[in-house]
Design a protein around this ligand. Structure first.
Ligand code: FCB
Length: 443
């Protein structure tokens, strides 16, 4: 096995707009479905909202300096659609566009490569009022937004992802009702998943004409493991993989929906939709957090959880990143891949010595990188790794209780503290980037 990652590997961290920016009602920003949802009583477990979050909007320059201290060479962020186009159609907000200009320029000045995501779940509320993603017109508005951002930032951003995790947008928001907009309707959720994919295709087409940047999409993918070798458990594992992963991989890379039975109705698909969705893209971003453990027993046989569980209750299973990558690499004809998110929530706190000793996170990253290296050694074309997240932030329905960051945030004071894992990640990257170059130079 090769001893190091490719020398031009992207070493990064990831964030998203609603989770860190705050400034929810400033400088002309429009209201998003998350602004609306988080203010509904009972929607967020700890009663919090993203109104202030990490106040990143006001701390842009000093936060960018933290990236330099971290030694990363790539940063994945998202653009809040309602910040740049408050109503989701029509007028643009110059102050919003300006913020992302400054973000991109600030990264480049610091030698860090910008990777932007256009939609990390914060739909303009006015579009939701017209039906949101269930309304096919939203796809057209999204393509217009994508074209404008590509025109504005596409000379400096290396890669644009259209969507983050269409499965989660569609299903947690519209089937399970635990994310914005908080709906529980299977037929609507299915149609929304289709429209999100369609909007991806329309956006890619619109952006190609405006930028030479790489274009792609980010999916949450999980390998599935049957709890026993019974046929029922195996079938369940295949159905679960189809519902969460193939439902998105197949349209993007095969131009069809899987024939495996789905737990929700099929969407209405119009002529030409599948060709639009399937058009070539330059990269696929993969968010890997856990495997899906599939048991048909009652009560279900629990996952072994040998390596522990995170604060989210997610099984820590580093081998899954290897299993997933090698599986999809065998089964699909894929473009370049990135691990666009991978991370763990720990019960972090500042110790008496003023530091945060998050040994569990260090182990988590180290083990996942080991498994990632194994997949790369076997020929999977992975170009970068983005730890989720740069800093603790607003973890959707869980609020601020879940801490995923390399950097600890004390919310009342907004003080930033590097956790042990941040220093460890910095040293790891340093060895990989410069150790590898030294080795090459001496050959
Ligand atoms: C992913 C989301 C990201 C973050 C992590 C923990 O599903 O893309 O915003 O919340 O989970």
């Amino acid at each position: 096995m090769r001893s190091s990652f490719p020398s031009d590997f992207a070493w990064g961290t990831a964030t998203s707009a609603y989770q860190i920016e705050g400034a929810a009602q400033e400088d002309g920003k429009g209201v998003s479905i998350w602004d609306r949802f988080s203010h509904q009583p009972g929607a967020i477990e700890d009663g919090s909202t993203g109104d202030v979050a990490c106040d990143h909007y006001h701390r842009l320059e000093s936060d960018l300096d933290l990236l330099v201290k971290l030694g990363i060479n790539a940063y994945r962020f998202s653009i809040a659609w309602p910040r740049v186009q408050p109503l989701g159609q029509g007028a643009w907000n110059p102050q919003g566009l300006d913020f992302y200009d400054r973000l991109v320029d600030g990264l480049l000045q610091r030698g860090i490569t910008p990777h932007a995501t256009l939609y990390h779940w914060d739909l303009p509320q006015t579009l939701q009022d017209m039906g949101g993603w269930a309304n096919r017109d939203t796809c057209q508005y999204f393509a217009e937004y994508a074209r404008t951002i590509a025109t504005r930032l596409g000379d400096r951003v290396k890669a644009f992802a259209t969507h983050n995790e269409p499965f989660v947008s569609a299903m947690l928001g519209n089937l399970m009702g635990i994310h914005a907009p908080g709906l529980k309707d299977a037929k609507t959720a299915s149609q929304i998943a289709h429209h999100i994919l369609l909007s991806h295709g329309m956006a890619v087409r619109a952006m190609r004409a405006a930028t030479k940047a790489d274009l792609g999409i980010v999916l949450n993918l999980s390998p599935t493991t049957p709890a026993t070798s019974s046929q029922a458990d195996q079938d369940k594992a295949e159905q679960e993989f189809a519902f969460v992963s193939r439902w998105y991989l197949d349209p993007l890379f095969r131009g069809t929906y899987p024939s495996t039975p789905a737990p929700i109705p099929l969407p209405d698909v119009q002529t030409g939709d599948m060709a639009l969705i399937q058009q070539p893209i330059d990269f696929l971003g993969i968010n890997y957090y856990f495997r899906d453990w599939c048991s048909t027993d009652t009560p279900p046989i629990p996952a072994p959880c040998k390596q522990g569980c995170s604060e989210m209750g997610w099984e820590i299973y580093p081998e899954g990143i290897y299993e997933l990558l090698t599986k999809i690499n065998r089964e699909y004809k894929l473009p370049a891949l990135y691990i666009s998110e991978n991370g763990v929530a720990c019960a972090d706190s500042i110790a008496d010595d003023g530091l945060v000793h998050d040994a569990q996170r260090i182990r988590f990253i180290e083990d996942h990188l080991h498994e990632l290296k194994r997949a790369i050694a076997e020929g999977v074309d992975v170009r970068g790794y983005f730890y989720w997240s740069l800093m603790d932030n607003f973890e959707w329905s869980k609020g601020f209780a879940m801490r995923f960051g390399l950097i600890h945030i004390d919310y009342p004071t907004q003080q930033r503290t590097f956790k042990d894992s941040a220093l460890w990640y910095r040293d790891y990257i340093q060895r990989e980037r410069f150790g590898a170059q030294q080795k090459e130079a001496t050959l």
